[in-house]
Design a protein around this ligand. Structure first.
Ligand code: XIL
Length: 335
């Protein structure tokens, strides 16, 4: 095809990424992936449940094959995810009777997972989502970030400092190996101003205390704004959260972008245009902040393969053809 590569349009701004499974690294899907993107995230292959379903039994073969295939095709790799409350085995933080493990046991499980997984992939990845989705939705009192944390099994077993402990463990691995890779906190609904404030307070508190004892070094290098949006999303809210995060001195990435617009796999012409318009508004905002944005990653290559396929949220359709969203992203000011 003679489509302009998205990655070329943004080559002076940020990396363009997508989420992949093994099937995306073959044939016409791989061609489209390579044309428009320069970095990929494993959609599922590097999640805790994929890598250590059974305690002490690490299953790296599929993820290693995916990473090697991506790198062999000139794509960079981003690591997702070390600590999460979903797609993670119960043994990590729960006893057989379903009650939380002791702090000590859960911490050891978390640290062992982080260290073993990071050492396996090394600096083949450019960074890691160290902790995913720790914050509650729309917390009523966001200046109190600890009270705003999701009551996950990690929280229940370890306590409110599990996020900091996860980053300390990951930082230790990075330091010992001298790798140049970034450690990220990643979350969704960051356009909600209360949730953004709680995340801001958490990252500020953790980074300020670490910096004070480590010559100004940051513990959390970046914040990932997932970006699972819909046609009611207000881009002004995205912009103010982005600016709030940038003010922390961390880098920001858009880690899982998609925009729901339609239902039952059907999308009207109006919905396609409205979706394109929101993509354009978002990319105009991202361009304005390009100095502080490392990467913009879409969460899937085409609608039919999206985790939210019924709402046709992506840039390419079921036949891998470009939608109006593509034109919007290539030239957002003109769309
Ligand atoms: C989703 C995948 O896309 C699906 O294939 C899987 O069934 C569930 O997880 N937030 C995240 C991602 O951080 O890992 C999730 O990915 C989407 C929401």
């Amino acid at each position: 095809t003679d489509l302009t590569p998205i990655k070329d349009v943004y080559q002076n701004d940020f990396l363009i990424g997508n989420a992949v499974s093994a099937a995306d690294l073959q044939g016409s899907r791989l061609d489209l992936l390579k044309l428009h993107h320069n970095v990929v995230t494993a959609e599922n292959a590097m999640k805790p449940g994929s890598l250590q379903a059974e305690k002490g039994v690490f299953t790296f073969d599929a993820a290693n094959a995916l990473v090697n295939e991506a790198l062999a095709n000139g794509l960079q790799m981003y690591g997702h995810v070390l600590v999460w409350h979903q797609q993670s085995p119960d043994w990590m933080n729960l006893a057989a009777d379903g009650t939380p493990l002791s702090r000590e046991e859960a911490l050891t499980n978390m640290q062992t997972h982080i260290q073993t997984v990071m050492e396996n992939f090394g600096d083949k990845v450019i960074g890691w989502d160290v902790v995913n989705e720790a914050m509650n939705d729309n917390p009523p009192n966001p200046t109190n970030w600890k009270a705003s944390l999701r009551q996950s099994n990690w929280y229940k077993s370890i306590g409110a400092d599990y996020v900091e402990q996860a980053f300390l463990a990951a930082k230790e691995v990075v330091k010992q190996n001298g790798w140049d890779i970034k450690l990220y906190y990643n979350d969704y609904n960051t356009d909600n101003q209360n949730k953004a404030e709680a995340i801001y307070q958490m990252v500020k508190d953790i980074n300020d205390r670490y910096a004070a004892n480590n010559n100004g070094d940051l513990l959390i290098d970046g914040i990932g704004m997932q970006g699972h949006y819909n046609l009611n999303t207000n881009p002004d809210n995205v912009d103010s959260s982005l600016e709030k995060f940038i003010s922390l001195g961390v880098e920001v990435s858009v880690s899982e972008l998609d925009i729901q617009a339609g239902s039952n796999g059907v999308q009207t012409e109006e919905e396609k245009i409205a979706q394109g318009y929101l993509y354009a508004q978002l990319f105009n905002i991202y361009k304005e902040h390009a100095d502080n944005i490392a990467r913009v990653t879409f969460w899937g290559l085409n609608d039919a393969n999206s985790w939210r396929a019924s709402a046709s949220p992506l840039v390419f359709d079921k036949d891998l053809q470009a939608k109006p969203a593509y034109d919007a992203i290539i030239d957002p000011e003109a769309f």
